[in-house]
Design a binder for this molecule. Structure first.
Ligand SMILES: [Zn+2]
Ligand SMILES: [Zn+2]
Length: 335
């Protein structure tokens, strides 16, 4: 039987908790699919949306951009996806295909992009609609809430990782949450030495990093005794940029994987000298997603998740904010 109404956690404005509501099940436009959601991960970016650090969201908004679900309807123009297909919906929800960035193959920088769970409704709900060309078709092995964090933590982590010179041996990860816990498994499979930096004094996260095979673990103010060839900063703390540069070897790169950071303190040019570089990673391309899921065919990645009911989203967000989630938080529908 076709559902007419669904439960959703709805965001109505900066600083307000999400509200559990019954709203109409969305109908797909001609180039969209309707998806019955199995699970949706909670990403740190969602916190930046709720806190107003990412401005001008769609309002009211259903957040969430790490969606795993099954297609229940297809728009008239959709040829590539059939009803019953398992799909993943990522942050990049739509691009124009015609702006100068799209034409250069940099659709992650599209001037007219729409983003799932930010400028498009997302996955904190029982159903959603998504543009078919931006969904990833997934094999049934991903029919599991544990797959949800792959759609952003995994994908953005992977895009960040690909910015690293392949010859880099010592790789730092600052902020050991959802993204780093996936990425360390890929880096380990490629025989990299991973240096995991957690919040100072967070011994639980340090044990977690060690259990996943980190070569070195410490707090973010600790200094490892080897220089790092490259580092990725996942924590939204601007002061980590000069710290990561201090830990970096000549010619190395610091990559900022997050969409928002607190202000970066002034630092001496000495830290950047000798061809060190700092760069950000913005969004993803569909090609990143295809490459990532291709890699997962040969590199086994296990996500560690803490599952919550849809109605528990505020609680889950609170725990993520306090650093109480080991791995990734995931909302599961039908629980
Ligand atoms: Zn574009
Ligand atoms: Zn995300």
């Amino acid at each position: 039987m076709e559902a007419a109404a669904m439960k959703a956690m709805v965001f109505e404005g900066k600083g307000m908790p999400l509200i559990l509501k019954e709203i109409p099940v969305p109908e797909p436009a001609e180039d969209q699919v309707q998806i019955k959601i199995l699970a949706c991960g909670i990403c740190r970016t969602d916190l930046h949306v709720l806190d107003g650090e990412l401005t001008r969201p769609k309002l009211p908004l259903v957040p969430g951009h790490e969606i795993i679900g099954t297609v229940t309807k297809t728009g008239n123009a959709v040829k590539e996806i059939n009803i019953g297909q398992l799909v993943g919906v990522p942050w990049l929800g739509y691009t124009c295909g015609t702006c100068k960035y799209c034409r250069k193959g940099k659709e992650n920088l599209c001037e007219n992009a729409k983003f799932t769970g930010y400028t498009l409704d997302g996955g904190y709900a029982e159903y959603t609609v998504a543009y078919a060309q931006y969904c990833f078709k997934l094999s049934e092995q991903y029919h599991n809430p544990a797959s949800a964090p792959l759609l952003c933590a995994g994908l953005i982590g992977f895009r960040s990782y690909r910015m690293i010179d392949p010859s880099a041996a010592n790789i730092g990860m600052y902020g050991f949450g959802a993204a780093a816990h996936i990425l360390i498994q890929i880096a380990k499979a490629q025989n990299k030495k991973v240096f995991a930096f957690t919040r100072d004094g967070d011994t639980k996260a340090q044990q977690f990093a060690r259990a996943l095979g980190a070569y070195w673990v410490g707090g973010s103010s600790d200094v490892p005794d080897e220089k790092l060839d490259s580092s990725i900063i996942f924590a939204p703390a601007g002061e980590l940029i000069p710290k990561a540069l201090k830990d970096l070897d000549k010619g190395g790169t610091v990559i900022c994987g997050g969409i928002h950071m607190s202000e970066i303190p002034a630092f001496s040019y000495d830290l950047l000298w000798e061809e060190r570089a700092v760069r950000s990673v913005a969004n993803l391309t569909r090609e990143d997603g295809l490459n990532f899921f291709d890699l997962l065919k040969t590199t086994i990645v296990h996500t560690q998740t803490k599952l919550f009911r849809l109605s528990e989203a505020n609680d889950a967000i609170d725990k993520l904010r306090k650093g109480e989630i080991e791995g990734a938080a995931v909302l599961v529908m039908d629980r």
